[in-house]
Design a protein around this ligand. Structure first.
Ligand SMILES: Cc1cc2nc3c(=O)[nH]c(=O)nc-3n(C[C@H](O)[C@H](O)[C@H](O)COP(=O)(O)OP(=O)(O)OC[C@H]3O[C@@H](n4cnc5c(N)ncnc54)[C@H](O)[C@@H]3O)c2cc1C
Length: 458
């Protein structure tokens, strides 16, 4: 191992105090850096909830593991609501539960974005040496001079701060990334999905209780669009409708109250009964954009580096964006132990992390089809059951891809993608017509194929 970065006491500047920036500040402070965190929004601990962002998120093993390693999980744990599986709402009103995993700890958790951010900021702000400057917006950077321009929005003053190093945790629409790209210091690409999202609410009942099973992620898969709902602590659910932005059946075309009502009532009859404000919310809530960000490299010399969504925002269909960002922070921290220069830290971080973030970006896109379409398909359901059965029989070699991503932080995303592709082929072969039930699967063949195609996991 190389000598460690020996510039303790130096100041590190972070743009963005979302989940990535806040966790990074905590980790840097533990390494005795002085941290200056610049956040364009007001302090969320003092005011109303931000609008236009998803209200709750799914936290899974990778995120939890990172929070545990960083010593902040005890501050977060009280906010978690466990979800055991997907509860599918069929068009005829019937429901079916697809468990996420098969072990008691194979759960994912719903957590309020706002409360999580507040808890992380509380931990960060109480560390000596961490200063959070709210209402301070990054506006530009002069890389020749090594300075960044920050506007103090309360006093309308422009501040010039040194970079060396500056960590850009300013999210999917990162201005730091756009500036670096504009100056040709990096190549960056933002691919918008043709679908957007809108949030609707399912309030608690009169006694403050959840009006559907609170320990599941609810999905109404409808082919080209879908509705999902995650539970909140106060007995409500936040529902998110994913739909094409333009075209025949789209957010653009659904503008009249009567058409919106007809669409919702036809597509999600049981959910409609629980959403008294559906049409008003549909008309007043913004359409959120979804997309994938890709950048290369993630850094310019030892001066500035992208981290979290600013480097690799992904579509939300695997519920992994923030989990991945927390994993980034831990990888970044590990790189700091191995290098004597920021340039070295940045270079290694990008080299080891990008193959994994590319892999989760691909799997997140793939999961959209799975959630809105395949979950309702009997063949897919058979393959899901078979996956769990094969994992029971051959746990060292076969773990469903979803489980590798959600419950196995020790398995890198890239490995989940590679093994997942082999497993998908195998599942298709083993469930090819005329097989329609688990009892008809040829398990001797399954064992032979698994042993020849899938090496044991370490
Ligand atoms: C609909 C939806 C659902 C999602 N669901 C999940 C889920 O279930 N599970 C999951 O793990 N992930 C989910 N994600 C992804 C998750 O929200 C992101 O991966 C995560 O928030 C990224 O954290 P971040 O800190 O890198 O960026 P952000 O959360 O975007 O934070 C960036 C911060 O930088 C600040 N900022 C921006 N520009 C500037 C500037 N110029 N100057 C100063 N500050 C600035 C912003 O105000 C913000 O506070 C979802 C995303 C969406 C859109």
């Amino acid at each position: 191992m190389n000598e460690q970065l020996n510039d303790e006491g130096r100041t590190v500047r972070i743009i963005g105090a979302g989940p990535t920036g806040a966790l990074l500040a905590i980790l840097l402070q533990r390494r005795r850096y002085t941290v200056e965190l610049y956040e364009s929004r007001p302090d969320p601990r003092a005011g109303a909830a931000e609008s236009g962002r998803s209200i709750n998120l799914a936290l899974a093993d990778r995120g939890i593991h990172a929070l545990q390693m960083a010593g902040v999980f005890p501050d977060i744990e009280r906010l978690l609501l466990p979800m055991r599986g997907r509860l599918i709402h069929h068009l005829d009103g019937g429901t079916s539960l697809q468990p996420y995993g098969q072990r008691p700890n194979e759960l994912i958790y719903s957590i309020s974005r706002q409360e999580l951010n507040k808890a992380l900021l509380d931990v960060a702000a109480r560390q000596p040496g961490v200063t959070v400057h709210f209402e301070h917006r990054f506006e530009g950077a002069e890389f020749d001079e090594g300075t960044a321009l920050i506007r103090d929005l309360r006093r309308d003053r422009l501040l010039s701060i040194p970079m060396q190093p500056l960590l850009a945790a300013d999210g999917a629409g990162s201005r730091v990334r756009r500036r670096m790209s504009l100056l040709h210091l990096i190549d960056a690409d933002e691919t918008d999905l043709e679908h957007g999202y809108k949030e609707l609410s399912i309030p608690a009942d009169a006694a403050g209780r959840h009006r559907m099973a609170h320990d599941a992620l609810h999905i109404w898969p409808r082919g080209n669009y879908m509705l999902i709902a995650l539970p909140n602590e106060d007995g409500s659910f936040t529902a998110t409708l994913f739909l094409a932005k333009r075209g025949g059946m789209s957010f653009d075309s659904l503008t009249e109250a009567a058409t919106i009502e007809e669409f919702l009532a036809r597509s999600f009859p049981d959910a409609c009964a629980l959403m008294p404000n559906r049409v008003a919310e549909f008309q007043s809530h913004p359409v959120g954009f979804l997309g994938t960000v890709s950048a290369s490299p993630w850094a310019h010399e030892g001066m500035a580096a992208l981290i979290g969504d600013s480097a690799h925002a992904i579509v939300p269909f695997h519920g992994q964006g923030m989990n991945c960002c927390f994993e980034d922070c831990m990888e970044f921290d590990a790189c700091m132990s191995r290098h004597t220069s920021w340039e070295g830290v940045f270079a290694e971080f990008g080299a080891i992390r990008k193959p994994d973030t590319d892999a989760i970006a691909a799997m997140a896109l793939d999961n959209y089809l799975e959630m809105r379409e395949r979950v309702a398909d009997p063949k897919f359901q058979l393959q899901q059951s078979l996956s769990l059965e094969l994992e029971r029989r051959f746990p060292q070699r076969f773990i469903p891809r979803y489980s590798m991503v959600m419950f196995h932080h020790e398995i890198p995303y890239r490995t989940a993608l590679e093994r997942g592709a082999i497993q998908a082929e195998l599942l298709a072969e083993l469930t090819a017509d005329p097989v329609t039930t688990l009892a008809q699967v040829d398990f001797e063949r399954a064992e032979r194929e698994i042993r020849s195609r899938l090496a044991p996991l370490p």
